[in-house]
Design a protein around this ligand. Structure first.
Ligand code: ATP
Ligand code: MG
Length: 303
């Protein structure tokens, strides 16, 4: 097909057939696909001309991911950024990722807000394609209250001002992605909420099976019935992090440690060979027991 005015030929419209094939994410597809789209939008940016065709149509510049602890918010961002990096490499562009965490908080009073502005000014300059990530934003910017100290108040105020700039078309080229487990300052939430995404974590049998397989890795074949294990995890509504932690205990029980002290001075390859020769299947009852012990420990309270 030819463009009428320029004579440039248009490529086939097959961009969206590209998916992150080896994503380690189970569930949270809504989060992944929204972030993927956002990243694909900023990739249109022409840093020399400082223009992005997508600004003519509009797309969310801020993304707020909400969800329970360990449901996979960070994992969803990692998968989307991984997709973005792979895709940008294919089209010869580079994405810069900046983590805006508590690091910007300076030990010198009143310098923190300045540090924050520096980070955003780099985005606003429009010299590159940027993704700003603010993980657990509720721990970075406090909610306004009477007990708020002057520095926290200055940081929140600066963040609100800077995020207002995000809405300005042609002021740089970036998206800001934030995550939280808790409610935020209302004004902050409004500025970050151009696209609010609920991360539900793993929900289906397939999701749980995927997390189990990823985390059991070399020991997966020693779990007699993976589907059954996934079913138990699903019924108990375990988070992705819970499943990951349980997998660590499971794996360590599959590996039969021998008290033979000579093993400890062998090469790693030999140690692996020795350990793997002793791998034994773990019973369904033991898997259930490990899950129950884990849940008990999680709810254990001192005192
Ligand atoms: N949906 C998921 N798919 C795959 N793995 C997951 C998922 N959720 C959690 N995990 C596993 O649990 C670990 C912790 O998850 P992650 O850090 O993404 O959760 P989070 O929602 O960001 O937690 P937090 O609220 O504590 O920041 C990950 O390293 C990953 O291995
Ligand atoms: Mg996280």
């Amino acid at each position: 097909m030819k463009l009428a005015c320029s004579g440039e030929s248009l490529p086939e419209q097959n961009m969206h057939s590209y998916i992150c094939a080896d994503s380690e994410l189970a569930g949270n597809e809504n989060v992944f696909s929204a972030l993927k789209r956002g990243i694909e939008c900023i990739l249109f940016y022409d840093a020399k001309a400082k223009t992005n065709v997508m600004n003519d149509y509009g797309f969310p510049k801020t993304y707020l991911i909400k969800g329970a602890p360990g449901c996979g918010k960070t994992t969803a961002i990692k998968s989307a950024v991984k997709h973005g990096r792979e895709f940008s490499a294919r089209i010869g562009k580079t994405i810069f990722v900046t983590n805006i965490g508590n690091k910007f908080k300076s030990e010198y009073y009143s310098k923190s807000a300045q540090e924050l502005r520096k980070t955003f000014n780099a985005f606003f300059s429009g010299s590159q394609i940027n993704i700003g990530i603010i993980e657990d934003i509720d721990t970075v910017f406090s909610r306004r209250n009477d007990l708020m100290n002057a520095e926290d108040s200055a940081n929140l105020g600066e963040a609100l001002n800077l995020l207002e700039g995000v809405e300005t078309v042609n002021l740089g080229n970036y998206i800001v992605i934030a995550t939280t487990n808790n409610s935020l300052d209302t004004a902050l939430e409004q500025r970050l909420g151009e696209c609010i995404l609920e991360a539900k974590g793993p929900e289906t049998l397939e999701h749980y099976e995927k997390i189990l397989k990823i985390n059991l890795n070399g020991t997966a074949k020693f779990v007699p019935d993976m589907r059954k294990a996934a079913y138990i995890a699903m019924q108990k509504k375990l988070s992705g992090r819970d499943v990951k932690n349980i997998c660590k205990t499971l794996a360590s029980e599959i590996i039969c440690l021998d008290a033979n002290p000579e093993i400890y001075s062998l090469s790693m390859a030999k140690q692996k060979q020795f350990l793997e020769s002793g791998f034994a299947k773990i019973s369904d009852e033991r898997i259930m027991g490990i899950i129950e012990e884990y849940e008990k420990q999680k709810t254990f309270k001192n005192g």
